[in-house]
Design a binder for this molecule. Structure first.
Ligand code: ATP
Ligand code: MG
Ligand code: FE
Length: 345
């Protein structure tokens, strides 16, 4: 089926078009720059930006795929989780489009969409069961995907800041601009990742029973702040490269350790990465290293499919259709806290 997918859960307005597992178009308009001076995504600003960008983005995706609206067999849209006002823009547009075209509408889960991204433009299909680690500015979630369209379980998630959010907050306290991930990466060049031993959240033995697959990054952020303050109070210079490299190592170490432990504990030798933090080269490097050592097959979609995009939403819609699932009924709404087990509305 030829599916048009709409994604507006955060600051990316994404429209993707797929035919089966073939990627025909993936157009993204981001309002990231508008949020930069606030140091993080401002929900009202994001919603307004979606409203302005969605029409042109749909047109650009149709042009990229070289098709007309009449060629679309079905519409898919993210209905959660995410920012309520931002989600509502996409949901409203998708309903209008589906009604006007008289086509079925599939409302799908954003996090499961990230997993579905891996099916696009791959010779080898995504094998299940697989563990998926999704790391972005809004999420840090570890999933067990037994079946993409019918059986996804949440193994753990962050109890405070998301990993990308930690990068953004620590960048800010180091005087670096938003978004913090790429800035910390740049600052870490030449730095020693073992210079400062920052805490690894929720990895102590006493955390293991109740929080084995949960993450916590706010203690790490506080530790970096305290370390910097103490140096400043002592009148000593801040070794920025060492701080950035040591902080990044602490985040990446925990992410990879928990993901690999999930694979090992559950006997699932497959791991998929997704989300904007996958742009971090050290994360990819450490994941490759430890996955290889543990005999885990690692999959990392191209970055354009790891960050928020409409193609992954279109693909999850296509998978639901190919599995024979009926369309969503028109009375669904945006759900900012949609659980990962609700794959389709
Ligand atoms: P959502 O959480 O809804 O998926 P988002 O917009 O918060 O959406 P993305 O756009 O996928 O998330 O990713 C943005 C986040 O990724 C930001 O927090 C940014 O700092 C982080 N990021 C980007 N590049 C890097 C990098 N090289 N290293 C670490 N983090 C990075
Ligand atoms: Mg984003
Ligand atoms: Fe996302």
């Amino acid at each position: 089926p030829l599916v048009l997918g709409i994604e507006t859960s955060c600051d990316e307005t994404g429209v993707g078009i797929v035919r089966g597992t073939e990627l025909l178009a993936n157009v993204i308009a981001s309002s990231m720059e508008e949020h930069a001076r606030y140091g993080g995504v401002v929900p009202e600003v994001a919603a307004r930006a979606h409203l302005e960008a969605l029409g042109p983005t749909i047109a650009a995706a149709l042009a990229e795929a070289d098709i007309g609206l009449a060629d679309v067999d079905a519409v898919a849209v993210t209905n959660g989780p995410g920012l309520a006002g931002a989600l509502m823009v996409g949901v409203g547009a998708a309903k209008a489009l589906a009604v006007a075209l008289d086509r079925p509408l599939y409302a799908v889960n954003h996090l499961v969409g990230h997993v579905g991204a891996d099916l696009l433009d791959h010779e080898a299909p995504l094998e299940t069961p697989t563990v998926a680690l999704l790391v972005s500015g809004g999420h840090t979630s570890l999933l067990l995907v037994r079946d993409l369209v019918s059986d996804v379980e949440l193994l753990g998630e962050t109890v405070d800041d998301a990993a990308g959010e930690a990068f953004d907050k620590v960048a800010r306290l180091l005087g670096l601009p938003y978004p913090g991930g790429p800035e910390i990466d740049r600052a870490a060049i030449g730095g020693d990742p073992t210079a400062i031993r920052f805490p690894r959240g929720l990895t102590r033995p006493k955390d293991q029973a109740s929080h084995s697959f949960d993450f916590s990054f706010s203690g790490l952020k506080t530790a970096v702040a305290r370390w910097v303050e103490q140096r400043e109070a002592a009148g000593e210079p801040i070794p920025l490269a060492d701080v950035a490299a040591s902080f990044r190592e602490a985040v990446v170490d925990v992410l990879v350790a928990k993901a690999v432990a999930a694979c090992t504990d559950l006997g699932v030798p497959r791991l998929l990465l997704g989300g904007g933090v996958v742009a971090n080269a050290r994360l990819r490097e450490l994941a490759e290293e430890r996955a290889a050592a543990a005999g885990i097959a690692l999959r990392i979609p191209p970055l354009s499919l790891c960050t928020d995009n409409g193609a992954m939403i279109a693909e999850l819609g296509a998978q639901l259709i190919m599995a024979g699932h009926p369309p969503s009924s028109m009375d669904f709404g945006a759900d900012s806290t949609l659980p990962v087990t609700d794959i389709q509305a």
